[in-house]
Design a protein around this ligand. Structure first.
Ligand SMILES: NC(=O)c1ccc[n+]([C@@H]2O[C@H](COP(=O)([O-])OP(=O)(O)OC[C@H]3O[C@@H](n4cnc5c(N)ncnc54)[C@H](OP(=O)(O)O)[C@@H]3O)[C@@H](O)[C@H]2O)c1
Length: 330
């Protein structure tokens, strides 16, 4: 049986106009794979990097890393999913911008009954990212309740989840965002402080908030525009946790800078190292599901676009017009 699916593909890297809706044939799952029929698809900034060529991948490329749906067929050796299961995932390889696909089962998790499909599609990649950042990417001196952490782009998809999760852990999250309205949103979601980095000097404000000490860790997904100043927000032995480049990749830097600024640590993390095994993926997902089902983390879906309007969705994300999570509807 040949199944057909609409899917968003690029033939070459470039702007949003490179994304075209095409029809593709979908086969049967092989060993370790499933076929999933999507109910909703998550939009992520990594999709922009993959579309534009910041992260180079083989072409033609079907985009998308996050979705929810119903398992339609299960390949040999897959034991954690069965036909008919509600499921959601953040997973490589890209290809989530479609109606139905075959994909590795490893990162696909059963979606608890209390979480609807749209929420599932809006939270897996972003929520699992916050899960590993706040729990595993920690300064050598550790994090204790009451500690300040600096989190850039706090009103975005990852950001609003981080604000709430940090509050649940007792951390004082200092968020940055690009407008006063976004700062208000970050505060409403649990940020202890919010700084409009388009009009305020965030280094001075962080120093003021922390009594001159600085923070133990900066979570920085903005990249080029915030890198240097973020280092200045850290206290000695602090951790610069870089995990994205929304403003452009961080340029090469001299390690001696880290000594001069107080024997700092730097790491550049990606979710997909943390999702390397079925066991680690499920453990992280269980933590995320518990936070969402327990009400400590609410997933804000602030934008919805039909799949055929994916170009507009990318334009709005890149133009910093979105807040919280965005989904593509089918
Ligand atoms: N490494 C990982 O494991 C991992 C996993 C997931 C996400 N990420 C990264 O985390 C970040 C957030 O992802 P997301 O999908 O939730 O996106 P998002 O935060 O909803 O959108 C990106 C935000 O970055 C800010 N930004 C600052 N400078 C920008 C610029 N020059 N162009 C565009 N945006 C700019 C904007 O907020 P303001 O207007 O408030 O500045 C914008 O809304 C991205 O960098 C993403 O790549 C990394």
């Amino acid at each position: 049986m040949t199944i057909r699916s609409r899917a968003v593909q690029i033939q070459q890297p470039g702007g949003p106009e490179q994304m075209q809706l095409v029809e593709v044939a979908v086969g049967e799952p092989g060993p370790g794979e499933i076929r999933i029929r999507h109910k909703a698809i998550g939009l992520n900034f990594i999709d922009v990097y993959q579309r534009s060529g910041v992260y180079a991948l083989p072409l033609p490329l079907q985009l998308g890393m996050e979705a929810s749906g119903i398992v339609e067929a299960v390949g040999e050796g897959v034991t954690h999913l069965k036909v008919g299961d509600r499921a959601a995932y953040a997973s490589q390889p890209p290809g989530a911008y479609c109606e139905v696909r075959v994909m590795p089962a490893k990162c696909v998790c059963r979606l608890p009954d209390g979480i609807d499909f749209e929420t599932g599609a809006a939270m897996m990649l972003k929520g699992l990212t916050v899960q590993y950042l706040l729990n595993k990417v920690r300064p050598v001196e550790g994090l204790q309740p009451g500690d300040h952490v600096l989190f850039h782009a706090a009103a975005g998809g990852v950001g609003l989840i981080a604000c709430q999760w940090a509050r649940a852990l007792g951390l004082q999250l200092i968020g940055t965002a690009g407008s006063d309205a976004k700062c208000e949103l970050a505060r409403a979601n649990g940020a202890a402080h919010a700084i409009n980095y388009n009009k305020e000097d965030f280094v001075a404000r962080v120093k003021e908030i922390t009594g001159g000490k600085g923070v133990k860790v900066v979570y920085d997904s903005v990249g080029k525009d915030t890198w240097d100043k973020s280092l200045d927000c850290l206290r000695p032995f602090g951790l610069m946790a870089s995990f994205g480049n929304a403003s452009g990749p961080v340029p090469p830097f001299a390690p001696a800078v880290l000594a001069a600024k107080g024997s700092l640590y730097v790491t550049r993390q990606t979710l997909f190292t943390h999702l390397a095994t079925r066991e680690s993926t499920q453990a992280m997902a269980d933590d995320l599901f518990a936070r969402v089902l327990g009400g400590q983390v609410k997933i804000h879906i602030a934008q919805r676009y039909p799949l055929e309007q994916v170009q507009q969705a990318h334009r709005d994300l890149e133009a910093r017009k979105t807040t919280g999570s965005t989904i593509l509807t089918l």
